[in-house]
Design a protein around this ligand. Structure first.
Ligand code: ATP
Ligand code: MG
Length: 280
């Protein structure tokens, strides 16, 4: 799947929409392609459909209409085709979803279960341990491999989450607000690290964020969502203030800026960050 510029499509949504059983239309019919090696950021107010779109890309959410495709989905939709697709795609979540009682290393090895099977992941070989350790090393955490996840800071836990996704040797990583719980300095460092790792390994990344400034700093491409609709899709350099206002139009109105100039609501979103300052 190559476009006219020779870019290889790695994930594609064709007219995908999602309406939940309660009638909530989380995603209006949307068509999007993500290309090999690009670092794309999804921006949009709360409830605009970012997580729903990411879940569709990983086939965790079945579209109500339309089709998700990738080089690993062959033939009609089936559970085995979905498994093959998910094996190539790592997920990083906002609540990192680690087993807190397990060591960082064991958490990373759990990420290998998709490719090597649950049994192998439970009884790993030395080679698998070394591989997991290398993944922790890439995120700067080899020294804490034997610490329980509960003993790590939020930023460190998030890095273990990234190492776990890397252990899967993915072609793409979908990250849902991977820096939501970090202070601005750590969030920026983690995004820089994440982008470098993806760039070094040719991994395609689709990352949802609430921080406009981070999106501008790190994204190759920004996709803006508003009320389940794609209202912006362009290189990050084209995200000017009027585009930000377009994406956040509803939330700007809700935040009551009634008079005077309307400012992009970047700052209130960035106020969600909470972790005390520290090393990462
Ligand atoms: N399982 C569900 N059933 C019904 N409605 C849902 C379900 N999951 C999400 N929604 C609704 O779909 C809309 C989009 O949700 P989604 O989680 O994709 O938004 P989001 O952009 O990720 O928001 P946030 O920035 O707060 O994480 C929201 O209105 C949400 O309440
Ligand atoms: Mg979300």
């Amino acid at each position: 799947m190559e476009d006219f510029e020779g870019r290889k499509t790695i994930l594609e949504l064709e007219d995908v929409s999602v309406t939940f059983p309660n009638g909530m239309r989380a995603l209006k019919p949307s068509s999007l392609k993500f290309y090999r090696g690009e670092f794309a950021v999804l921006l949009g107010p709360s409830g605009s459909g970012k997580s729903t779109l990411l879940r569709c890309l990983n086939l965790l959410q079945e579209p109500t209409t339309g089709r998700v495709s990738s080089p690993w989905i062959s033939g009609p939709a089936s559970e085995s085709s979905a498994r093959g697709h998910r094996r190539r795609i790592g997920m990083v979540f906002r609540q990192h979803q680690l087993v807190l009682s397990m060591t960082a290393l064991d958490n990373v090895m759990a990420g290998m279960a998709g490719s090597c099977g649950l049994f192998r992941a439970m009884f790993p070989s030395d080679a698998m341990r070394i591989e997991a350790l290398e993944c922790l090393d890439r995120v700067g955490l080899a020294g804490k491999a034997m610490n329980r996840a509960s003993e790590l800071s939020g930023g460190e836990q998030q890095r273990v989450g990234i190492a776990r996704a890397l252990a899967q040797k993915p072609d793409a990583i979908l990250a849902d607000e991977p820096v939501a719980s970090l202070d601005p300095a750590r969030a920026s460092r983690l995004m820089g690290l994440f982008k470098k790792i993806c760039g070094d390994s040719g991994i395609t990344a689709v990352v949802s964020l609430h921080q406009v400034s981070l999106a501008r700093e790190f994204a190759d491409r920004i996709v803006g969502l508003r009320a389940g609709e794609i209202v912006f899709d362009a290189p990050a350099s084209e995200l000017d203030d009027s585009a930000v206002l377009e994406i956040y139009a509803d939330s700007a109105a809700l935040s009551g800026g009634g008079s005077g100039a309307r400012r992009p609501p970047a700052a209130p979103h960035e106020a969600r960050e909470r972790e005390p300052a520290g090393t990462f």
